[in-house]
Design a protein around this ligand. Structure first.
Ligand SMILES: *[C@@H]1O[C@H](CO)[C@@H](O)[C@H](O)[C@H]1NC(C)=O
Ligand SMILES: CC(=O)N[C@H]1CO[C@H](CO)[C@@H](O)[C@@H]1O
Length: 209
């Protein structure tokens, strides 16, 4: 009985989220923020490319751009594009140091348990790194923030049926402190989102120099 109720609740939530997220085009919004930091004739790696829509948007808008995709599973709608490879979620050993002008890490790192391992690799292969994340409130995450994390864990486990899924969000200062270990110039831009569902902030870190 309780299990059934829970299943219905998940379905209801899923329905509402599909109504909110898809037509508003979150990929387009993210694209509009990253486009100021990418240019033609650059080599770009999209780590955790997911459905691949963001990479497609970049390819469509820039004729001379080399976009590479990497993920732990292939969820792309267009499975034909080259330059995609599966990886273990941590190691990008096939790429030389500084191979990419820009590395995109869009809503990926909150699923990564050993964040420093992947960050080491991303910072090694890329010159400029763009990280977009859900950002918890300062100075310490609020109760709603914890609820946000909790619902994400339920989502991963019961909707995506991924028992292994890891979910941990960070505050802006925790991100900054971590990223300054790798680059001297870290800038943060707030990405406005619908707040009643996204009651955490959304932000982009640009890591350069
Ligand atoms: C730091 O990075 C930002 C964003 O890429 C850039 O606009 C700014 O000029 C950089 N600052 C320095 C001191 O290099
Ligand atoms: C901002 C911009 O130029 N966006 C374009 C990216 O490419 C798609 C597909 O060609 C266009 O529909 C967008 O207008």
């Amino acid at each position: 009985m309780l299990k059934k109720l829970f299943a219905w609740l998940i379905l209801l939530i899923q329905y509402f989220i599909s109504k909110i997220r898809l037509p508003t085009g979150p990929k387009n919004r993210v694209f509009n923020h990253i486009r100021n930091h990418i240019d033609n004739n650059q080599r770009v790696l999209n780590v955790g490319c997911g459905d691949g829509i963001l990479s497609e948007l970049i390819r469509l808008n820039y004729s001379d751009m080399y976009v590479y995709d990497a993920d732990v599973v292939d969820l792309r709608h267009n499975k034909k594009s080259s330059n995609f490879h599966l990886f273990d979620g941590y190691h990008l050993s096939q790429y030389d140091t500084g191979y990419f002008d820009v590395v995109l890490v869009i809503y990926v790192l909150h699923h990564v348990k050993h964040r420093n391992i992947l960050l080491d690799e991303i910072m090694r292969v890329g010159k400029t790194i763009l990280i977009v994340e859900d950002i918890l409130h300062e100075p310490k995450a609020t109760i709603l923030d914890h609820f946000f994390t909790f619902t994400h864990r339920l989502w991963a486990r019961f909707v995506c049926k991924d028992k292994e899924a890891y979910v941990e969000f960070w505050t802006k200062s925790k991100w900054s402190n971590t990223l300054y270990n790798y680059r001297a110039n870290i800038t943060y831009t707030n990405i406005p989102e619908k707040k009643w569902y996204h009651y955490v902030d959304h932000g982009m870190f640009v890591c350069s120099n």
